[in-house]
Write a protein that binds this ligand. Structure first.
Ligand code: COA
Ligand code: MG
Length: 309
């Protein structure tokens, strides 16, 4: 059983930027993701690995923060070096590896085996490091079900909007390509791939995480993007800039009203069960087993958030 982690906000930090890596330590994201992929130029991959090891080696991250490493995709010349050069020295402080552009479940399995070899060789706890699979290609979305069930190390599936748009040749009008300038489409353009990913993730007991919102000065657009993702079942969203973290944390946290309502639902249902009933009415609305499961999830998330603040 994998640990249940808070993943409201996942801050991506370029692995080649010492300044940003240091600043990340002070920021309130639930997950800090050291990026070796798309924010690091090809000619800086090696220096970035060394820098990430250096920063991780300085030790002591807040234990409530999940430390994550995004490696390069399995069909690049970089992925094996990313894993070996960083997980060998720093595997004791890395909680999860994000694998980008997953097209096929065998890529997750290959990473799983490589991690197991390193853990055994270095004397690390075998299986402790989790995997998060980023599905952001047409092939990946097609095989998302098989990907979701491909390894006991998996903890989440992550949607990547910019690479998905490229992969299906969807017209992009925004500068960033990461979910901005979407107004020309009537409705939520990414509803189908996100819902498909969420369904596979939840069926496999995994978290579902939404892509970042690229226009980082547009906080209203970010909020809307978070709300759409939350409504579809996502548990959190990537951030690319510090200013995005508070809004993401807020939208993906239950409100005080949600918590009070959930407590009332659980209490009323327990009372009803004592009287042998499986359904009860609260303020003219039906509460049954399914309502209670939603309320219980809300309370579980709230308990973890309360431990953080
Ligand atoms: N992690 C940590 N710190 C960050 C950060 C990040 N992702 N993004 C910005 N910062 C820091 C800046 O260094 C700056 O620090 P300072 O106040 O101590 O000088 C501060 O936050 C404010 O940044 P700002 O000046 O508004 O933005 P910028 O022009 O420096 O950076 C980006 C803008 C987009 C280049 C930068 O946010 C970035 O590189 N984001 C991550 C991109 C990424 O990881 N992409 C791949 C995943 S999709
Ligand atoms: Mg991507």
């Amino acid at each position: 059983m994998r640990p249940f982690r808070l993943r409201r906000s996942v801050l991506s930090v370029p692995g080649s930027s010492e300044k940003m890596l240091r600043k990340a330590k002070t920021l309130p994201a639930d997950v800090i993701m050291f990026d070796l992929e798309d924010s690091v130029p090809v000619d800086q991959k090696e220096q970035a690995r060394a820098l990430v090891n250096h920063i991780l080696g300085e030790g002591k991250w807040d234990e409530r923060v999940t430390v994550s490493l995004r490696i390069n995709a399995m069909d690049t010349p970089f992925a094996y070096r990313d894993v070996i050069n960083v997980v060998e020295p720093s595997g004791n402080v890395i909680d999860t590896i994000v694998l980008p552009k997953v097209n096929d479940p065998c890529e997750v399995k290959a990473l799983d085996y490589l991690l197991t070899q390193i853990e055994m060789n270095k004397g690390y706890e075998v299986g402790r490091i989790g995997i998060e699979a980023s599905v952001e290609t047409a092939q990946g979305l097609l095989k998302v079900k098989e990907i979701a069930f491909s390894s006991p190390r998996l903890e989440s599936l992550v949607f990547g909007v910019a690479d998905y748009a490229t992969s299906v040749s969807a017209r992009v009008k925004g500068t960033s390509g990461h979910g901005d300038a979407e107004e020309f489409y009537p409705g939520h353009r990414w509803h189908f791939p996100i819902s498909r990913m969420v369904m596979a993730a939840k069926a496999a007991g995994l978290a579902a995480i939404d892509a970042p919102y690229g226009f980082f000065r547009d906080l209203a657009g970010l909020r809307r993007s978070c709300e759409l993702a939350a409504a579809l079942g996502c548990d959190g969203k990537w951030a690319i800039h510090p200013d995005q973290i508070p809004i993401i944390n807020e939208v993906f946290s239950p409100s005080e009203d949600d918590v009070e309502r959930s407590k009332a639902i659980v209490d009323a249902y327990e009372e009803a069960r004592k009287e042998g009933k499986g359904v009860v009415a609260i303020d003219g609305k039906m509460v049954d087993g399914a309502t209670v499961r939603i309320a219980t999830q809300t309370l579980r998330a709230w308990e973890l958030i309360s431990r953080k603040v």
